[in-house]
Design a protein. Structure first.
Length: 214
């Protein structure tokens, strides 16, 4: 199914639910209760929010030879492998918003090698999956597969860094027991905003309206 509007990004693949995925459970530190996932953590520590937002922008939103939709799929896929519900649902929705194709994103999340994507992206997702296991799980054969499929050194670098960064983001979100919305509309609305404006654009509004629902 293709969509003419980003806010139809209805791609929430079912994941195992853990303690940090359900609204109403207490986070391990005192956060703004109305803010889910990493949004609560960014509001809690503006000093670290700024560089984290800049990193996300550089990896996922800035111009590059991999499209924003492709890079968001790498982030969503690694988050799925890490069972991080909030990050997976958020970035799957943003990927679908960029690509205007919800079914494609869902198929990639479930089985990248069978999805209708380029061999290059399949190879980069395989590299990202190895990074999720551990840096030393990446083998020469994984990199060679990506190169043979047309991936450049910067694209291989970025796939590895996206995967590594999202292992950090996922553990940040779940390690402090933040909650993830079950309402799909929230992911849809957020996807439109982030896909258009990027990640750093969220931060000034977040700080200026601290304590207010967003």
């Amino acid at each position: 199914m293709r969509s003419n509007h980003c806010n139809n990004a209805d791609v929430l693949v079912t994941l195992a639910t853990g303690a940090s995925t359900l609204a109403g459970l207490m986070a391990y530190i005192q956060l703004q209760e109305e803010l889910p996932g990493i949004r609560a953590l960014l509001a809690f520590r503006p000093e670290t929010a700024k560089p984290l937002g800049e990193l996300a922008d550089a990896l996922l939103h800035a111009p590059g030879t991999l499209s924003p939709g492709e890079r968001e799929m790498i982030a969503a896929y690694v988050s799925r492998l890490n069972d991080c519900t909030f990050c997976h649902n958020s970035h799957a929705a943003i990927a679908a918003c960029h690509l205007e194709n919800e079914d494609l994103v869902q198929s990639v999340m479930l089985s990248p090698n069978e999805a209708n994507i380029s061999e290059k992206l399949k190879a980069l997702l395989a590299v990202a999956a190895k990074v999720q296991q551990g840096g030393r799980a990446v083998l020469t054969t994984d990199i060679e597969r990506a190169r043979q499929a047309g991936a450049t050194d910067p694209e291989i670098h970025d796939a590895v860094l996206i995967a590594a960064a999202f292992c950090m983001f996922n553990r940040y979100v779940d390690g402090l027991a933040t909650w993830a919305p079950s309402d799909r509309e929230g992911y849809r609305q957020r996807a439109v905003y982030v896909a258009k404006l990027g990640y750093s654009a969220v931060l000034p509004q977040m700080h200026a309206t601290s304590g207010q629902p967003r």
